[in-house]
Ligand binder design. Structure first.
Ligand code: AMP
Length: 385
């Protein structure tokens, strides 16, 4: 490639747009971000306002993409009409509406939890009869990181849960509830991959994910060929059915080695942040390569890597940086309880070295702020042995 400067407009101005911008600066690709809240065009690193109005920004962009799925449909439609938008608006809408997501998974013949859609109390009764108990109830719109969800274990809870669900449904005419069978999974894994404009697919190794209170806290790249193959086939089925272009993430439940898709994210994903240090080409660069019509970079894992999310904290001890292969990524956001403020990527030359690195990090960090690391620190009793 010559020193072509491509102008990419990203819908959304959070950390994902920021990390896309950092990843593709060496390719001379310039990212501007559309802040959906203020409707300003902003610099993805500084948040400085660069312009107002989406129409002009669309006109001056070569390519348009998105960093999150909760985007007003009129904005999406405007972008789609320009012919510059990737992936498809259908994929973005599926990521933002669990009803569309579920029917898409069914159409692609990809295994997912049995479900029913609830709009009324009668639907709720019917869902309990068809889906069975226990079940997980999720708002169709606007739910993420475990928000807008209820667990129904027994019929006696139905009236109380219905009160809350009814309130949720009444907040928007488009809202509904998706009732899903509770899946007794052993662990959660995800597959992040990219599909190019020519239909080429490259996926990263699966990541094993730990959630704390519904929010991702730890993600570790794993090397499990059988599971990888299964996940890749499901990824291709979904990506091909959408004629997808860009990075896509599939989140799975692992039930005795059998994968069921929990969610799809039509974008770069938190469980793919480890690729910044652990893969030949990171997910952010590959997303922009894909939407700009460039060849995809290798998704090969170069060393065992894990990612720890920094939630609600705006500083960590500098001694972390003294560890070999420990990388801190801040998002430049104002501190707020529970907010994703940054992440730490940690690598080792071997799995054993990564495990020992994780123990070092756990000992350095305040473990009330990083509960996921608590089990890695030897207890006092163990230390005395
Ligand atoms: P979600 O927002 O759909 O990713 O759900 C948040 C978390 O709730 C998931 O990461 C799972 O740990 C759990 N969960 C969601 N759906 C189910 C289900 N059908 N069965 C069991 N656990 C679930």
């Amino acid at each position: 490639m010559a020193s072509t400067t491509a102008q990419v407009l990203v819908l959304g101005s959070g950390q994902l747009a920021r990390m896309m911008s950092l990843a593709v600066a060496p390719l001379n690709i310039d990212i501007k971000a559309f802040d959906v809240g203020s409707e300003n065009i902003v610099h993805p690193l500084t948040q400085a306002v660069l312009g107002h109005g989406l129409v002009d920004a669309i006109a001056s962009a070569d390519v348009i993409t998105a960093e999150f799925e909760h985007i007003p449909h009129d904005v999406l439609d405007l972008c789609e009409q320009s012919g510059k938008f990737y992936p498809t608006t259908k994929a973005i809408k599926a990521g933002g509406d669990r009803r569309i997501e579920k029917s898409l998974l069914d159409d692609a013949k990809v295994k997912n939890a049995p479900y029913a859609i609830i709009n009324t109390r009668e639907d709720f009764d019917a869902a309990v009869a068809t889906v069975g108990l226990p079940m997980v109830l999720k708002s169709a719109l606007g739910g993420y990181d475990g928000k807008g969800q209820w667990r129904l274990k027994e019929r006696a809870q139905m009236d109380a849960i219905w009160q809350e669900m009814q309130q949720c449904i009444s907040e928007s005419p488009a809202q509904a509830i998706v009732a899903e069978a509770f899946i007794p999974f052993q662990r959660e894994v995800s597959l992040v991959g990219a599909r190019s404009t020519t239909g080429e697919v490259k996926v990263y190794p699966l990541a094993e994910n730990v959630h704390t209170d519904g929010v991702l806290t730890l993600s570790t790249a794993i090397d499990e060929p059988q599971l990888q193959l299964q996940a890749k086939q499901m990824f291709e089925a979904v990506a091909d059915s959408l004629d997808y272009v860009g990075v896509l993430a599939l989140e799975f439940f692992d039930v005795d080695g059998q994968l069921l898709v929990n969610e799809i994210a039509p974008r770069v994903h938190n469980s793919g942040h480890w690729t910044q240090q652990g893969a030949i080409t990171c997910q952010f660069e590959n997303h922009i390569r894909a939407v700009c019509g460039l060849p995809l970079g290798s998704t090969e894992c170069i060393r065992p890597t894990a990612m720890i999310n920094i939630l609600g904290e705006d500083s960590v001890p500098n001694s972390l940086l003294a560890l070999a292969d420990c990388h801190i990524h801040w998002y430049g956001k104002e501190k707020r309880a529970g907010r994703k403020m940054g992440h730490i990527n940690l690598c080792g030359q071997t799995k054993a070295e990564l495990d020992s690195q994780l123990k070092h990090v756990a000992a350095i960090l305040d473990n009330d702020a990083f509960p996921v690391l608590k089990h890695l620190i030897p207890t006092k009793a163990m230390k005395m042995v």
